[in-house]
Design a protein around this ligand. Sequence first.
Ligand SMILES: O=C(O)CCC(=O)C(=O)O
Ligand SMILES: [Fe+2]
Length: 326
Amino acid sequence: MTHGLNIVAPETPTNEVTELLLHDGYVVIQDLAVSEAEAIREELIPHMDATPYGENEWLGQNTKRCGGVLRKSNGARELAIHPTVMALADHFLLPNCARYQLNVAGVIQIEPGEGGQPLHRDTALYPFRHPCPPILMGTMWAIRDFTEANGGTRLVPGSHMWKWDREPFEDEVISVEMPAGSLLIYDGSAWHGGGENKSNAVRTGLAIQYSVGWLRQEENQYLTNPPEVAREYPEELQRLIGYDFGGPFLGFVDGDDPYRVLELGYDALPRRAVHRSRPEIDAAARRMSFFPLGTEEAIPTPEREGQRVKTQLGGFEEAQQALPDP
Ligand SMILES: O=C(O)CCC(=O)C(=O)O
Ligand SMILES: [Fe+2]
């Protein structure tokens, strides 16, 4: 199978875009948010001025990385919950989790003279071998034009399906070129990295990643966006950054729904019985597909009679048994 340059129009149906993402590990939606990109460019000026350059090859010595961007930019808050991105995440991540979450949000500005970032997998933060199922969806909004010359993201189509130790050859790498306002979406397990900037132009990208809700977030969203700050955000974003369950039982506060704590404040939280999940979170968990994280062969269940010990074969295990055989 070949992997063509996947550039689609904003109105392309979500299932078609998802197909490209699943098959090739990336897709570009051209001109999805052109005026928003322009507004963000303005909003970011003081923040980028205050952001230091990186200090190693990975971070780039002519590259600025500005974190906590949801606090800093109203436009970034809007793009983080862009309906097209949310629809794609529904298709891409929800099969593997009850809830997905925002994992990290920052601006990456590659300036002239930058040498290019080593290619990597964003999923390398977590102890999975590859190919692993979709757990991390990367997005990169072009805030300024991305070109091959100015450091447009380099990416290896199809590499999300490679064995974990297969490294790419130079002729397998593409440079993502897209005008400001366009969006690159990629499977976080595909080889990729920031490009070399051989031009006189600055390359500015807004990088927002989403992950399955049962992983630790890369950027600490609760400390970056504490309740007094997050209260000003749209509810969808509040939930997406983690003021919600990450799945049944994941993320409760005093046995209660984390969103209520954001709404009411910890001290005002009425002490209720057990609200460690919500029905729709439980239902979403039952829809999840299951993939083996372990590599051990299990010891077979013996065929025998006898008194069974009472156990809690519930939650995931029960749901797993309820799934039809593939
Ligand atoms: O700047 C880019 O184009 C990609 C950056 C990246 O992949 C990263 O920092 O994880
Ligand atoms: Fe990356």
